[in-house]
Design a protein around this ligand. Structure first.
Ligand code: AMP
Ligand code: GLY
Length: 423
């Protein structure tokens, strides 16, 4: 197959790394890609939400499968765009259609779906600018901390967790009335705070059948000990040590199965990944969010543990026969540590040369915000590179990642030195 991956992060480099190993892959393209994907695929410079440019690329390179990395093109309906176009309708798209992508595109839609299918989640109510006074009243009935979520996509910044009631009211007003997150916060979901430890579950589905991939835990805050600002993710570990067989069985029976059955009942076609963000409250899993794609940096630990041919899985998804494939998982743990630009997640500089990649031994460097420029690899984003390692335990794996990071350098390089500290 001739395969195009959309996106440019560590997630997409990992997809490219995995797909390039498949005997079913004849040609591989990544748009726009990065310096890592350039080594194993042809990069194509386009914007992932420019559907016409994607069409031109698919026709020019005779692409027959498109794997969508980030959420934006899915929420904007890239899969529907392909289905409606006579020249594209036979191209396989991995990623749900627009209707189901609302599971990530609208928090309110996701909450309604969860409640309708009796899937465990935090109690909630949603509000708009007209009902802001009702929002204040609802906040008064809750105990702190208060969880406020912008309904729409807000680049990972749309969730506020506040300890003070007056501050929560003020933020609610800022979101609804003053458009703090633009159109994304024209509606706000206010949710019961769930106290527990987080983990993520990844599911592949063809809409009828599903396969559960390894669990992972990511580290979202910039600072050690989970402090400071939220980031896209500073590191990840798979499997999650506290996810016992018994707990995983609960996730499957109470959450994964009702989710896949719920999609079918609601007539929401879905061919792709479902990323379920969970909190373990006591001994029970509850859903905090759905994403309609893989996580980043979770992909950098989940795919390295998948032994099964990913292209074979994607083909089976397109033919709705995922049930016929057995998936095989590597018993080893995998960890990744994200190297970031100094200043990230706030302002940072780009264009810093990255050296030492050739000295890495026993880890896999997945490039993220890194590009080729004048024969050099230079930084181009906040999250620059994810260093993934295997180990018989996550501690052994993480040690290897940290050893290899010693070899790497770019000006103002930063990373968390405590990935896995809480396990
Ligand atoms: P989300 O974008 O929905 O994943 O929310 C971002 C982060 O906010 C999550 O990863 C959690 O750490 C936290 N969070 C979201 N919802 C809740 C909740 N109901 N209770 C506690 N923490 C939450
Ligand atoms: N690492 C979290 C995400 O990809 O949304």
């Amino acid at each position: 197959m001739r395969i195009l991956i959309l996106g440019s992060g560590g997630r997409e480099h990992t997809f490219a790394w995995k797909i390039a190993q498949s005997p079913l892959c004849e040609a591989l393209f990544v748009a726009p890609g990065n310096s890592g994907t350039a080594e194993i695929a042809k990069n194509i410079d386009l914007k992932v939400t420019d559907f016409n440019a994607i069409k031109t690329c698919v026709l020019e390179y005779d692409v027959d499968m498109v794997v969508v990395g980030p959420e934006d093109p899915l929420v904007q309906g890239i899969h529907d765009f392909f289905l409606k176009d006579s020249q594209l309708q036979n191209v396989v798209v991995i990623g749900p259609q627009k209707a189901a992508a609302q599971l990530e595109g609208s928090k309110e839609f996701a909450k309604e779906f969860l409640i309708r299918h009796q899937i465990p989640t935090a109690a909630y109510q949603s509000f708009n600018a007209e009902s802001v006074a009702d929002g204040y009243k609802f906040l008064e009935t809750l105990k702190p901390p208060y969880v406020l979520k912008a309904d729409g996509l807000a680049a990972g910044k749309g969730v506020l967790i506040l300890n003070d009631l007056e501050e929560a009211k003020a933020e609610l007003k800022r979101m609804l009335v003053d458009a703090k997150f633009g159109e994304a916060s024209s509606k706000v979901v206010i949710e019961e705070f769930l106290d527990g430890i987080e983990l993520s579950c990844f599911v592949l589905t063809d809409g009828k059948h599903y396969k559960i991939l390894p669990t992972a835990k990511d580290y979202k805050r910039i600072g050690e000990g989970d402090t400071g600002l939220n980031t896209g993710g500073m590191g990840a570990i798979s499997p999650v040590p506290f996810a016992t067989k018994e707990f995983l069985d609960k996730i499957e029976s109470r959450i994964v199965r009702p989710t896949i059955e719920g999609l079918a009942k609601d007539n929401l076609p879905y061919k792709g990944f479902v990323f379920i963000g969970l909190i373990k409250v006591g001994e029970d899993p509850k859903v905090i969010e759905y994403n309609v794609r893989m996580g980043d940096p979770e992909t950098e630990v989940v795919l390295p543990r998948l032994k099964t041919d990913l292209v074979e899985l994607f083909k089976a998804i397109s033919e709705e026969r995922l049930n016929e494939i057995a998936i095989e998982i590597d018993d080893r743990a995998a960890t990744t540590v994200m190297l970031v630009s100094g200043g990230y997640p706030e302002a940072y500089e780009k264009g810093k040369e990255i050296t030492g990649i050739d000295k890495i031994n026993g880890s896999i460097p997945f490039h993220a915000g890194a590009v080729l420029k004048g024969g050099k690899i230079v930084t181009s984003g906040g999250r620059v590179m994810a260093i993934t390692s295997y180990g018989s335990t996550y501690k052994e794996a993480i040690k290897k990642s940290y050893q290899n990071i010693e070899e790497l350098h770019f000006d103002k390089m930063n990373y968390r030195k405590d990935i896995g500290f809480d396990l």
